[in-house]
Design a protein around this ligand. Sequence first.
Ligand code: ARG
Ligand code: ZN
Length: 881
Amino acid sequence: RAIYLKDYQPPAYLIDKTVLYFDLHEDHATVEATLHLRRNDGVAGDAPLVLHGQDLQLESVALDGRALDDDEFQAGDETLLVHRVPARFELSTRTRIRSQDNSSLEGLYKSRTMFCTQCEAEGFRKITYYLDRPDVMARFEVAIEADRARYPVLLSNGNAVAREELPGGRHRVRWDDPFPKPAYLFALVAGDLHSVDDSFTTCGGREVALRIFVEEKDLDKCDHAMRSLKKAMRWDEDVYGREYDLDIFNIVAVDDFNMGAMENKSLNIFNSSCVLCSPETTTDKGFQTVEAIVAHEYFHNWSGNRVTCRDWFQLSLKEGFTVFRDAEFSADMGSRTVKRVEDATVLRTLQFAEDAGPMAHPVRPDSFIEISNFYTVTVYEKGAEVVRMIHTLLGPEQFRKGSDLYFERHDGQAVTCEDFVRAMEDASGLDLGQFRRWYSQAGTPLLTVRDEYDPERERYTLVVSQSCPPTPGQPHKEPLLIPLAMGLLGEAGNLPLRLAGEAPDAETADNTHRVLMIDAAEQRFVFEGVGEKPVPSLLRGFSAPVRLEYGYAREDLCALMRRDDDGFVRWDAAQQLAVSVINEVQEQLQANQEPRVAAVYLEACDALLADTSADPAMVADMLRLPGETYLAELAAQRGGADVEAIHGARETVLRALASHCEANWLDAYRRSAVDAPYAPEAAQIAARGLRNTALEYLAAAREEHINLARAQYTAAGNMTDRLAALRVISQRAAAQVREETLAGFYRDWRDESLVVNQWLQVQAAMPGDDALERVRQLMAHEAFDLRNPNKVRALVGGFANGNPLQFHRGDGEGYRFLADVVEQLNSRNPQIASRLLTPLTRWRNYAGERANLMRAQLQRLAALPGLSPDVYEVVSKSLED
Ligand code: ARG
Ligand code: ZN
């Protein structure tokens, strides 16, 4: 059932034009499609036409206007085969679909009161018979007919070219998209929608009408998305020279949506959680997510739509590049270092875990069973890191040349990751031969660094070795080209760097920072003129998606944390210090000793907190302890994670840090209060971030500080502060306060679905042995809906990923619960079912009986009849040895 990259064949037929007629009704929809087909060059004349189709009811087929007899075609479960076709012809089909029953949220489906589509990757085949593959690009002409009162707004890609009133209260709108596109970029929306309108004038003077369509009640939540869109349009012109290419750009918010959003040509469809914002209902994090996703989808207009993927193995071609582009956009809009730390955290927690688990795959996978399972942190985020490394290797100017060449050379084409790398090579003259392995080799490389210092000769040597653990199907790994950004920290600051053999006058303005090219199993770098033993500052800016080991002493980490030039290294030093302190406490607890939290750590944190000149966002990030799931991944590398021990040790360190720095936490809490009216801008976000981190620690330090949280909860003028207080109360307050506050929150916000999701998620993470019981009860609550992915993610995902101690209960009930939900969703919404499974796939990380209990649930799922390919792939790969 798996398909392989090596089996790729160009399509036997191409489609020049696709004409669609949608007739939408409450109990069905009919789709008439006329495909203008042409046999591809070099294909034999007797090659049959094989179209994809799924869950379609075929009513008629005609070729060049002549209805086909039953023996001239074959309609199977997943294909429509037409035996003899001419070199050029029109194929017309009429199919009936049942969108109102489509719970997979793929294809044409109904979300509450509106019709909408999601076609990426292979959803178009649920709409009509088609060559549903990205290398078949056609011009689309679309007509939509529906009841005028229920569906006053009818949208598709491109330009609206006609609107007609029809008898019986119906109407019709015709759309024409001048840009050829693959079927995955098709979109249709029909609903009673209202829009916020604006416009943008491109660098070339084109006036673009911008519209965000939402339900009427959400009209007041579109401003931020609109501002973000305009910023993204300008940024893409300024930084990449990319101008928008139509007179119209629409965004639609949809409540039931499997992913974040979708870049359909000129008609982006968004999960409402990724577009709607208001200070009252949305946290700072939410505002930032909206800005990033609006930009991401907009950037796809070039990196994805104008230049698209040849096949789905190349998904990272558009996703990796576009994530890199949106990350740089966010860095330019806010704080670059804070954004980098966030992205490094995602990579080190989620992506490294994926690389170490049964679903590990390269950025360009070489096989899959279900492509939906490969919209992963590896393809997206590691893919973006690979593009970032190319940017580092080439430098900004050459990278821009490469990007210009890529867009110019491949505009209107469906291409491969190889084409992207070649454009970068051709533009820059740099050989990326070895670098290409990043696309084909899975697993997280490990850099092991040793050093030697020779005070007599003032020489400092770094010995860097690289290795990469085996992953499924790849037992042996080749060395990669890894850019290792570094510096050397001396007593008085960063030391000038001169490699042996380099002329002394090669020193440039910034000679304290450089990028070492790691390209072999082991290499030595000798620095000369080093007058003191330095502390190496390594992997600056997280210059490569690798693990790095160097035997830092705690004092070294404190020095880096306090004084290094690089924000990422400062943060990483704090994390490493925290990990080592937590591990030490865990050992003490396991040996039944009184735990002692290392004083150097507590003092370094206190000093950081007292430094009012430091960026509050960085202070908060540096003082936030690594999460339990990350600690469990690290422990698994050393033999097996003990959930309770990790939780106990982390909590001990957290409380120690809370009490040791109590005075400074209190001071930080007071001094970071924001008086100005709410704005989602960097300085305010940083202040609120530090204040709410302080609140968490204060509540852990002393019970009476819960009162601060209660006061903040009541006084909060925005959702960031209110939710932060609610979280602290839900985690630390006495039962009565906790329950009253949660109940009050629901009363206040029950009509705001996105806020209710936050309420569900907060409760999913609550401590106590009754946590699972609470989650089960919430599943029966009026606020929950198993059909809505956001609710499932908040409550079920929130429990399985956000409540490690209770998910991993010793009796295995957490695992059973998750598997039960997966079973229910398997037939309704396979994509969501499969995604929920992730925490169970990590069963090998856990010590003893837990691993068995987790595996038992995977085995139970494996034995179910009617498993979707999505769930089957994850379950079977997780059980393979
Ligand atoms: N291309 C979309 C984005 O990254 C995501 C589409 C996800 N679709 C899916 N079937 N998983 O912006
Ligand atoms: Zn994307």
